[in-house]
Design a protein around this ligand. Structure first.
Ligand code: HEM
Length: 410
């Protein structure tokens, strides 16, 4: 059964895996009904969908009781496949101690000093993109702006040569798309092919990096993981490949969505845009509000390792949990006027970057990219206008914009 209209009466029968296109296009009214009438909603397969802020935060905070490891959950979904290998070998889907080891290695790349250095290069990149875009007048904000910024930044971070970045976007889409609650056999086949192609590409890149004379290799995340492995910290080649793939995917698709969704929000809320143009100092809180209002990663998952109580419901050990971040981020018990888009909202303790040990490692990078992108586009083209509809694919886990044409010089 596909859910066409979710009501207070049928809320308990909601099935995440059967969400239809209309629900996915604008899920927030449905999530409100769930939060109010079935906040801990049992699924036919025994899993639970959580939509209240406090329940989601409780689960994210407690990595001892709730596991991120996906070996059990992904076996029936992916079988023995490249997608299974990938999604069970990247740090986001690992528990300590494997998770701790990889996370520690990534730490220096997100330190405050490194981030300050990135700011200048992001600013120059955004300026260049806007100059080219301004000459064209009308652009697709997704392909010509929102995705280009994080793709280049994450490409630099991982040491992927500029001219080799073109396929990364397609691979990311196919690999992350396989995590959607609803997916087709051909999506799975394409996702598996993308993992293999990505691995082959990285193996070749590593060989080329190793062939360079000593001292001629820039320090990047991929190289740091290789060096740590050679120094005996125990990361296997496969772990290095999958964590690099994850970083590339996690780092650019989500940030691209944040920027594209943010532009869509500013078009839908002209009063907020005018306020930001008049008060650019509000940019930090505006980006937080964009993250809350249209969270790029809408649904996360955990598995209960022990019996527990969530929102008054007894959850047995072994239960799979769907954490609907997008619903928690509009919970009125946490956010006054949660359906209102308020660029000055303070405090704003949203869960868009999760919480606890798996809090997004790249959250500061994503925030800086978005703040610079919005500051510069509003300074140069404060009156940009819509030149087409906001086109979204049928996706539930990620809040993606596929195309959004805007006129910059309006
Ligand atoms: C707006 C952009 C972004 C959003 C909304 C986002 C969201 C998230 C969320 C919700 C998680 C935790 C998932 C879970 O616990 O199940 C996560 C993890 C992660 N993200 Fe991001 N992310 C963004 C950008 C980035 C960027 C730019 C990078 C890297 C440059 C990055 C790297 C990571 C990594 C490495 C993890 C795994 C952390 C861990 O498991 O310890 N993300 N992200």
């Amino acid at each position: 059964m596909l859910f066409v209209i979710l009501t207070s009466r049928n809320a308990r029968e909601f099935v995440l895996g059967q969400i239809d296109r209309a629900f996915a296009q604008d899920p927030y009214a449905g999530y409100r009904i769930l939060r109010e009438h079935a906040p801990v909603c049992r699924q036919p397969d025994g899993s639970y969908v959580l939509t209240r802020y406090e329940d989601i935060r409780q689960v994210m905070s407690d990595s001892v009781s709730y596991s991120s490891d996906k070996h059990i959950d992904f076996k029936p979904r992916f079988g023995d496949s490249p997608l299974f290998e990938h999604h069970t070998t990247s740090l986001v889907f690992n528990d300590p101690p494997v998770h701790t080891r990889v996370r520690r290695l990534l730490g220096p790349f997100f330190a405050a000093r490194t981030l300050r250095q990135m700011e200048g290069s992001i600013g120059r990149m955004v300026d260049q993109l806007l100059t080219q875009a301004g000459l064209r007048g009308q652009i697709d904000i997704v392909k010509d702006f929102a995705l280009v910024i994080p793709l280049n930044l994450i490409g630099d971070l991982l040491g992927v040569p500029y001219e080799e970045r073109e396929p990364l976007q397609r691979w990311a889409n196919l690999i992350l798309g396989a995590l959607e609650p609803v997916r087709t056999a051909s999506q799975l086949a394409e996702g598996n092919r993308a993992v293999e192609e990505f691995k082959d590409y990285l193996r070749d890149l590593i060989t080329r990096k190793r062939a360079r004379p000593p001292g001629a290799v820039d320090i990047d995340v991929l190289w740091a993981l290789l060096e740590a492995s050679e120094a005996g910290d125990g990361l296997t080649e496969l772990e290095i490949l999958h964590n690099a793939i994850f970083m590339l995917n996690a780092g650019h698709d989500t940030t691209g969505s944040l920027i594209a969704n943010g532009i869509d929000l500013l078009l839908r809320h002209p009063e907020s845009r005018a306020r930001l143009v008049a008060e650019p100092a509000l940019m930090k809180s505006a980006v937080e509000e964009m993250l809350r209002f249209e969270s790029p990663l809408q649904i996360g998952n955990r598995r209960a390792l022990r019996d527990s109580l969530i929102g008054g419901h007894a959850i047995p050990a072994g239960t799979f949990l769907h954490l609907v971040i997008a619903a928690g981020n509009r919970d009125p018990l946490q956010f006054p006027d949660p359906e209102g888009f308020d660029v000055g909202r303070e405090p704003n303790r949203h869960l868009a970057f999760a919480h606890g040990i798996h809090t997004c490692a790249g959250n500061s990078v994503a925030r800086i990219e978005a703040q610079i992108a919005f500051t510069k586009i509003l300074a140069r083209f404060p009156n940009f206008s819509r030149a087409g509809p906001t086109i979204r694919p049928h996706r539930t886990r990620f809040r993606v914009v596929e195309e959004l044409r805007v006129d910059l010089n309006a």
